[in-house]
Design a protein around this ligand. Structure first.
Ligand SMILES: C[S@@+](CC[C@H](N)C(=O)[O-])C[C@H]1O[C@@H](n2cnc3c(N)ncnc32)[C@H](O)[C@@H]1O
Length: 350
Protein backbone atom coordinates (compact mmCIF):
# COMPACT_ATOMS: atom_id res chain seq x y z
CA UNK A 1 0.00 0.00 0.00
CA UNK A 2 0.99 3.64 -0.29
CA UNK A 3 2.61 5.11 2.79
CA UNK A 4 0.36 6.91 5.26
CA UNK A 5 2.30 10.05 4.48
CA UNK A 6 1.40 9.84 0.77
CA UNK A 7 -2.23 8.95 1.43
CA UNK A 8 -2.41 11.98 3.69
CA UNK A 9 -0.79 14.02 0.97
CA UNK A 10 -3.45 12.87 -1.51
CA UNK A 11 -6.18 13.72 0.98
CA UNK A 12 -4.62 17.10 1.65
CA UNK A 13 -4.37 17.85 -2.05
CA UNK A 14 -7.96 16.76 -2.43
CA UNK A 15 -9.09 19.11 0.27
CA UNK A 16 -7.56 22.07 -1.46
CA UNK A 17 -8.14 21.08 -5.05
CA UNK A 18 -8.71 17.86 -6.96
CA UNK A 19 -5.80 15.63 -7.82
CA UNK A 20 -5.07 15.39 -11.53
CA UNK A 21 -5.20 11.84 -12.90
CA UNK A 22 -1.54 11.78 -14.02
CA UNK A 23 -0.43 12.96 -10.57
CA UNK A 24 -2.44 10.20 -8.95
CA UNK A 25 -0.86 7.59 -11.29
CA UNK A 26 2.56 9.05 -10.62
CA UNK A 27 2.07 8.54 -6.88
CA UNK A 28 0.69 5.03 -7.32
CA UNK A 29 3.65 3.99 -9.50
CA UNK A 30 6.63 6.08 -8.46
CA UNK A 31 6.07 7.02 -4.84
CA UNK A 32 8.58 5.58 -2.36
CA UNK A 33 6.02 2.82 -1.75
CA UNK A 34 4.67 2.85 -5.30
CA UNK A 35 4.47 -0.10 -7.63
CA UNK A 36 7.54 0.54 -9.78
CA UNK A 37 9.90 1.24 -6.94
CA UNK A 38 9.40 -1.99 -5.04
CA UNK A 39 7.58 -4.76 -6.82
CA UNK A 40 8.85 -7.57 -9.02
CA UNK A 41 6.22 -7.26 -11.70
CA UNK A 42 7.46 -9.35 -14.62
CA UNK A 43 7.36 -13.09 -15.19
CA UNK A 44 4.92 -15.95 -15.38
CA UNK A 45 4.42 -15.88 -11.59
CA UNK A 46 3.92 -12.10 -11.37
CA UNK A 47 1.58 -9.49 -12.85
CA UNK A 48 2.43 -9.80 -16.52
CA UNK A 49 4.65 -11.56 -19.05
CA UNK A 50 6.53 -9.49 -21.62
CA UNK A 51 7.83 -10.49 -25.08
CA UNK A 52 11.42 -11.23 -24.01
CA UNK A 53 10.01 -13.51 -21.28
CA UNK A 54 7.86 -15.32 -23.84
CA UNK A 55 10.65 -16.22 -26.24
CA UNK A 56 14.42 -15.85 -26.58
CA UNK A 57 13.81 -15.22 -30.30
CA UNK A 58 12.38 -11.77 -29.56
CA UNK A 59 15.71 -10.55 -28.14
CA UNK A 60 17.69 -12.38 -30.80
CA UNK A 61 15.92 -10.53 -33.61
CA UNK A 62 16.44 -7.19 -31.88
CA UNK A 63 20.07 -8.18 -31.25
CA UNK A 64 20.69 -8.86 -34.94
CA UNK A 65 19.04 -5.55 -35.84
CA UNK A 66 21.22 -3.60 -33.41
CA UNK A 67 24.46 -5.33 -34.38
CA UNK A 68 23.78 -4.81 -38.09
CA UNK A 69 22.98 -1.11 -37.63
CA UNK A 70 26.01 -0.54 -35.45
CA UNK A 71 28.34 -2.24 -37.97
CA UNK A 72 26.88 -0.38 -40.94
CA UNK A 73 26.41 3.07 -39.44
CA UNK A 74 28.54 3.53 -36.32
CA UNK A 75 31.36 0.99 -36.14
CA UNK A 76 33.19 2.80 -33.34
CA UNK A 77 32.80 3.41 -29.59
CA UNK A 78 29.18 3.98 -28.62
CA UNK A 79 26.64 3.96 -25.76
CA UNK A 80 24.31 0.98 -25.62
CA UNK A 81 21.37 2.01 -23.45
CA UNK A 82 18.39 -0.11 -22.41
CA UNK A 83 15.40 1.68 -20.85
CA UNK A 84 13.61 -0.37 -18.18
CA UNK A 85 15.35 -3.77 -18.55
CA UNK A 86 12.92 -5.68 -16.28
CA UNK A 87 14.52 -9.02 -15.42
CA UNK A 88 17.43 -8.37 -17.82
CA UNK A 89 16.18 -11.06 -20.19
CA UNK A 90 16.18 -8.91 -23.32
CA UNK A 91 19.73 -7.76 -22.61
CA UNK A 92 20.88 -11.37 -22.11
CA UNK A 93 19.42 -12.45 -25.45
CA UNK A 94 20.96 -9.47 -27.24
CA UNK A 95 24.30 -10.18 -25.61
CA UNK A 96 24.29 -13.82 -26.74
CA UNK A 97 23.30 -12.82 -30.27
CA UNK A 98 25.93 -10.09 -30.50
CA UNK A 99 28.67 -12.69 -30.15
CA UNK A 100 28.42 -12.99 -33.96
CA UNK A 101 30.33 -9.70 -34.00
CA UNK A 102 32.60 -9.59 -30.94
CA UNK A 103 33.72 -5.98 -31.40
CA UNK A 104 30.10 -4.81 -30.89
CA UNK A 105 30.39 -5.18 -27.13
CA UNK A 106 34.08 -4.29 -27.07
CA UNK A 107 33.03 -0.86 -28.28
CA UNK A 108 29.94 -0.53 -26.09
CA UNK A 109 29.47 1.53 -22.93
CA UNK A 110 26.51 -0.35 -21.51
CA UNK A 111 24.02 1.64 -19.48
CA UNK A 112 20.86 0.12 -18.03
CA UNK A 113 18.23 2.64 -16.92
CA UNK A 114 16.23 1.13 -14.07
CA UNK A 115 14.20 2.88 -11.42
CA UNK A 116 13.13 -0.23 -9.48
CA UNK A 117 15.66 -1.36 -6.86
CA UNK A 118 14.29 -4.90 -6.73
CA UNK A 119 14.54 -5.29 -10.48
CA UNK A 120 18.01 -3.82 -10.49
CA UNK A 121 19.09 -6.54 -8.04
CA UNK A 122 17.56 -9.19 -10.33
CA UNK A 123 19.34 -7.68 -13.33
CA UNK A 124 22.67 -7.72 -11.49
CA UNK A 125 22.15 -11.37 -10.59
CA UNK A 126 21.03 -12.39 -14.07
CA UNK A 127 23.82 -10.52 -15.81
CA UNK A 128 26.69 -11.38 -13.48
CA UNK A 129 28.43 -13.55 -16.10
CA UNK A 130 28.42 -10.76 -18.66
CA UNK A 131 32.09 -9.92 -19.10
CA UNK A 132 32.31 -8.24 -22.46
CA UNK A 133 32.26 -4.72 -21.05
CA UNK A 134 31.26 -3.00 -17.82
CA UNK A 135 27.56 -2.45 -17.15
CA UNK A 136 26.57 0.84 -15.55
CA UNK A 137 23.16 1.22 -13.90
CA UNK A 138 21.33 4.54 -13.56
CA UNK A 139 17.88 5.59 -12.47
CA UNK A 140 17.59 8.21 -15.20
CA UNK A 141 19.14 8.87 -18.58
CA UNK A 142 22.02 11.29 -18.51
CA UNK A 143 22.95 13.12 -21.65
CA UNK A 144 26.56 13.97 -20.93
CA UNK A 145 28.35 11.58 -23.30
CA UNK A 146 29.24 12.84 -26.76
CA UNK A 147 29.44 9.33 -28.24
CA UNK A 148 26.77 8.03 -30.62
CA UNK A 149 24.10 5.98 -28.85
CA UNK A 150 21.89 3.00 -29.49
CA UNK A 151 18.88 3.23 -27.18
CA UNK A 152 16.27 0.47 -27.01
CA UNK A 153 13.28 -0.47 -24.89
CA UNK A 154 10.40 -2.90 -24.66
CA UNK A 155 7.26 -1.97 -22.72
CA UNK A 156 8.86 1.09 -21.21
CA UNK A 157 6.92 4.00 -22.65
CA UNK A 158 3.57 2.53 -21.55
CA UNK A 159 4.55 3.16 -17.91
CA UNK A 160 4.25 6.95 -18.03
CA UNK A 161 1.25 8.62 -16.34
CA UNK A 162 -1.44 10.02 -18.63
CA UNK A 163 -4.02 12.79 -18.56
CA UNK A 164 -7.49 12.11 -19.94
CA UNK A 165 -9.78 14.59 -21.67
CA UNK A 166 -13.29 14.10 -22.99
CA UNK A 167 -15.52 16.27 -25.08
CA UNK A 168 -19.13 16.70 -24.11
CA UNK A 169 -21.30 19.03 -26.18
CA UNK A 170 -18.25 20.89 -27.47
CA UNK A 171 -16.85 21.43 -24.00
CA UNK A 172 -13.66 19.73 -22.92
CA UNK A 173 -13.39 18.10 -19.49
CA UNK A 174 -10.40 16.57 -17.73
CA UNK A 175 -10.43 13.59 -15.39
CA UNK A 176 -9.40 14.19 -11.77
CA UNK A 177 -9.28 11.91 -8.74
CA UNK A 178 -11.12 12.46 -5.44
CA UNK A 179 -10.98 10.61 -2.18
CA UNK A 180 -14.17 9.88 -0.25
CA UNK A 181 -13.25 9.82 3.45
CA UNK A 182 -16.54 8.28 4.58
CA UNK A 183 -16.40 5.38 2.17
CA UNK A 184 -12.61 5.30 2.25
CA UNK A 185 -12.30 5.07 -1.50
CA UNK A 186 -11.18 6.93 -4.59
CA UNK A 187 -13.38 7.97 -7.46
CA UNK A 188 -12.97 10.17 -10.52
CA UNK A 189 -14.61 13.44 -11.46
CA UNK A 190 -14.50 15.54 -14.62
CA UNK A 191 -13.49 19.18 -14.47
CA UNK A 192 -14.04 21.68 -17.25
CA UNK A 193 -10.79 22.62 -19.04
CA UNK A 194 -10.16 26.33 -18.98
CA UNK A 195 -6.48 26.58 -19.93
CA UNK A 196 -6.27 28.24 -23.36
CA UNK A 197 -3.10 26.38 -24.22
CA UNK A 198 -4.67 22.99 -23.53
CA UNK A 199 -7.90 23.90 -25.32
CA UNK A 200 -5.91 24.93 -28.37
CA UNK A 201 -4.13 21.57 -28.29
CA UNK A 202 -7.37 19.61 -27.86
CA UNK A 203 -9.18 21.50 -30.58
CA UNK A 204 -6.48 20.68 -33.12
CA UNK A 205 -8.48 17.60 -33.95
CA UNK A 206 -12.06 18.71 -33.62
CA UNK A 207 -13.69 15.40 -34.40
CA UNK A 208 -11.93 13.58 -31.59
CA UNK A 209 -14.21 12.98 -28.61
CA UNK A 210 -11.60 11.73 -26.18
CA UNK A 211 -7.92 12.40 -25.81
CA UNK A 212 -5.36 10.62 -23.67
CA UNK A 213 -1.96 12.21 -23.46
CA UNK A 214 1.20 11.64 -21.51
CA UNK A 215 3.21 14.83 -21.30
CA UNK A 216 5.92 13.10 -19.28
CA UNK A 217 6.29 10.35 -21.90
CA UNK A 218 6.48 12.91 -24.71
CA UNK A 219 9.02 14.94 -22.77
CA UNK A 220 11.20 11.88 -22.11
CA UNK A 221 11.15 10.95 -25.79
CA UNK A 222 11.85 14.54 -26.81
CA UNK A 223 15.03 14.50 -24.69
CA UNK A 224 16.13 11.29 -26.42
CA UNK A 225 15.48 12.81 -29.85
CA UNK A 226 17.46 15.95 -29.05
CA UNK A 227 20.31 13.84 -27.75
CA UNK A 228 20.37 11.69 -30.89
CA UNK A 229 20.21 14.77 -33.08
CA UNK A 230 23.23 16.23 -31.31
CA UNK A 231 25.41 13.14 -30.92
CA UNK A 232 24.07 10.72 -33.57
CA UNK A 233 22.47 7.39 -32.87
CA UNK A 234 19.37 5.26 -33.10
CA UNK A 235 16.43 4.54 -30.84
CA UNK A 236 14.21 1.49 -31.19
CA UNK A 237 11.17 1.19 -29.01
CA UNK A 238 8.56 -1.51 -28.87
CA UNK A 239 5.35 -0.98 -27.00
CA UNK A 240 1.66 -1.50 -27.21
CA UNK A 241 0.08 1.48 -28.81
CA UNK A 242 -1.84 3.10 -31.63
CA UNK A 243 -1.49 5.60 -34.42
CA UNK A 244 -5.18 6.18 -35.16
CA UNK A 245 -7.95 7.84 -33.24
CA UNK A 246 -8.98 5.89 -30.14
CA UNK A 247 -12.59 5.20 -29.26
CA UNK A 248 -11.96 4.35 -25.60
CA UNK A 249 -9.38 5.40 -23.06
CA UNK A 250 -6.53 2.91 -22.87
CA UNK A 251 -5.47 3.35 -19.24
CA UNK A 252 -5.53 -0.01 -17.47
CA UNK A 253 -4.50 -1.65 -14.23
CA UNK A 254 -3.25 -5.23 -13.98
CA UNK A 255 -3.02 -7.24 -10.80
CA UNK A 256 -2.02 -10.91 -10.89
CA UNK A 257 -2.63 -11.17 -14.66
CA UNK A 258 -6.15 -9.72 -14.28
CA UNK A 259 -7.52 -6.32 -15.26
CA UNK A 260 -8.67 -4.26 -12.29
CA UNK A 261 -9.68 -0.68 -11.49
CA UNK A 262 -6.88 1.87 -11.10
CA UNK A 263 -8.36 2.66 -7.69
CA UNK A 264 -7.78 -0.82 -6.29
CA UNK A 265 -4.55 -2.26 -4.82
CA UNK A 266 -2.91 1.16 -5.03
CA UNK A 267 0.87 0.81 -5.08
CA UNK A 268 0.57 -2.96 -5.57
CA UNK A 269 -0.56 -3.13 -9.18
CA UNK A 270 0.68 -2.07 -12.57
CA UNK A 271 -1.00 0.90 -14.26
CA UNK A 272 -0.21 1.50 -17.91
CA UNK A 273 -1.63 2.96 -21.10
CA UNK A 274 -1.18 2.48 -24.81
CA UNK A 275 1.44 4.67 -26.44
CA UNK A 276 0.20 7.31 -28.88
CA UNK A 277 2.84 6.71 -31.57
CA UNK A 278 1.68 9.66 -33.70
CA UNK A 279 2.89 12.00 -31.02
CA UNK A 280 6.28 10.31 -30.75
CA UNK A 281 6.70 10.32 -34.55
CA UNK A 282 5.81 14.02 -34.63
CA UNK A 283 8.43 14.74 -31.95
CA UNK A 284 11.08 12.79 -33.89
CA UNK A 285 10.22 14.70 -37.07
CA UNK A 286 10.36 18.05 -35.29
CA UNK A 287 13.86 17.11 -34.19
CA UNK A 288 14.73 16.22 -37.79
CA UNK A 289 15.35 12.53 -37.13
CA UNK A 290 14.71 9.85 -39.72
CA UNK A 291 11.79 7.51 -39.13
CA UNK A 292 13.42 4.22 -40.13
CA UNK A 293 10.57 1.94 -39.13
CA UNK A 294 7.08 2.28 -37.84
CA UNK A 295 5.50 -1.14 -38.16
CA UNK A 296 3.67 -3.70 -36.05
CA UNK A 297 5.61 -6.12 -33.87
CA UNK A 298 4.48 -8.86 -36.24
CA UNK A 299 5.90 -7.07 -39.30
CA UNK A 300 9.13 -6.20 -37.54
CA UNK A 301 9.82 -9.70 -36.26
CA UNK A 302 8.98 -11.32 -39.59
CA UNK A 303 10.94 -8.74 -41.60
CA UNK A 304 14.06 -9.38 -39.53
CA UNK A 305 13.82 -13.15 -39.55
CA UNK A 306 11.89 -14.70 -36.67
CA UNK A 307 10.41 -17.46 -38.84
CA UNK A 308 13.83 -18.44 -40.21
CA UNK A 309 15.23 -18.35 -36.68
CA UNK A 310 12.52 -20.69 -35.43
CA UNK A 311 13.27 -23.12 -38.27
CA UNK A 312 16.98 -23.03 -37.49
CA UNK A 313 16.42 -23.63 -33.79
CA UNK A 314 14.29 -26.67 -34.59
CA UNK A 315 16.78 -28.06 -37.11
CA UNK A 316 19.78 -27.58 -34.81
CA UNK A 317 18.20 -29.02 -31.71
CA UNK A 318 15.84 -31.96 -32.12
CA UNK A 319 15.12 -31.99 -28.38
CA UNK A 320 13.36 -28.62 -28.54
CA UNK A 321 9.62 -28.87 -28.24
CA UNK A 322 8.23 -27.88 -31.64
CA UNK A 323 4.75 -27.08 -30.32
CA UNK A 324 6.17 -24.86 -27.62
CA UNK A 325 8.31 -22.90 -30.10
CA UNK A 326 5.35 -22.51 -32.47
CA UNK A 327 3.21 -21.28 -29.58
CA UNK A 328 5.85 -18.74 -28.53
CA UNK A 329 6.19 -17.30 -32.03
CA UNK A 330 2.41 -17.30 -32.48
CA UNK A 331 1.95 -15.33 -29.28
CA UNK A 332 4.42 -12.71 -30.50
CA UNK A 333 3.23 -12.31 -34.10
CA UNK A 334 -0.41 -13.42 -34.30
CA UNK A 335 -2.57 -10.36 -35.12
CA UNK A 336 -5.11 -11.44 -32.52
CA UNK A 337 -2.46 -11.72 -29.82
CA UNK A 338 0.56 -9.39 -29.53
CA UNK A 339 1.29 -9.07 -33.27
CA UNK A 340 -0.72 -5.96 -34.10
CA UNK A 341 -1.26 -4.34 -30.76
CA UNK A 342 2.47 -3.94 -30.26
CA UNK A 343 4.28 -1.53 -32.54
CA UNK A 344 7.92 -0.95 -33.29
CA UNK A 345 9.28 2.54 -33.88
CA UNK A 346 12.86 3.18 -34.97
CA UNK A 347 14.15 6.73 -35.26
CA UNK A 348 17.72 7.71 -36.00
CA UNK A 349 20.31 10.26 -36.91
CA UNK A 350 23.04 8.15 -38.52
C1 LIG B 1 6.79 -3.20 -18.09
S1 LIG B 1 8.37 -3.40 -17.50
C2 LIG B 1 9.22 -4.01 -18.95
C3 LIG B 1 10.49 -4.72 -18.62
C4 LIG B 1 11.30 -5.27 -19.80
N1 LIG B 1 11.65 -4.25 -20.72
C5 LIG B 1 10.60 -6.42 -20.47
O1 LIG B 1 10.20 -6.25 -21.63
O2 LIG B 1 10.45 -7.48 -19.85
C6 LIG B 1 8.93 -1.74 -17.35
C7 LIG B 1 10.35 -1.57 -16.89
O3 LIG B 1 10.68 -0.20 -16.86
C8 LIG B 1 11.10 0.19 -15.54
N2 LIG B 1 10.67 1.57 -15.38
C9 LIG B 1 9.39 2.03 -15.35
N3 LIG B 1 9.38 3.37 -15.30
C10 LIG B 1 10.68 3.77 -15.30
C11 LIG B 1 11.33 5.05 -15.27
N4 LIG B 1 10.63 6.18 -15.23
N5 LIG B 1 12.69 5.09 -15.31
C12 LIG B 1 13.41 3.93 -15.36
N6 LIG B 1 12.85 2.71 -15.37
C13 LIG B 1 11.50 2.62 -15.35
C14 LIG B 1 10.42 -0.82 -14.67
O4 LIG B 1 10.95 -0.90 -13.39
C15 LIG B 1 10.62 -2.08 -15.50
O5 LIG B 1 11.93 -2.56 -15.44
Amino acid sequence: MLSKRKINKIKLLNNKKNLRLDKFIDLALYDRNGYYLNKKPIGRKFDFVTSPEISQMFGEIIGVYLVYNWKEKINSKFNLIELGPGNGTLFKDIERTAKILPNFFENANVNLIEINNELRKIQEKNLKYFKQSKIRWSKALNFRSKLPSIIYSNEFFDCFPVRQFLNDNNHWFERYVKFNEKENKYYSINKRVISKKILEYLNKNKRQKIYEVSYSRNKYFEQICRYLKKNRGLCILIDYGYNNKIKNFTLQAIYNHKKTSIFENIGQQDISSHVNFNELIEIAKQNKLQINEFISQREFLIKYGILERKKKLLTNNSRLNKNLLNEEVDRLINVDRMGNLFKCLVVSNL
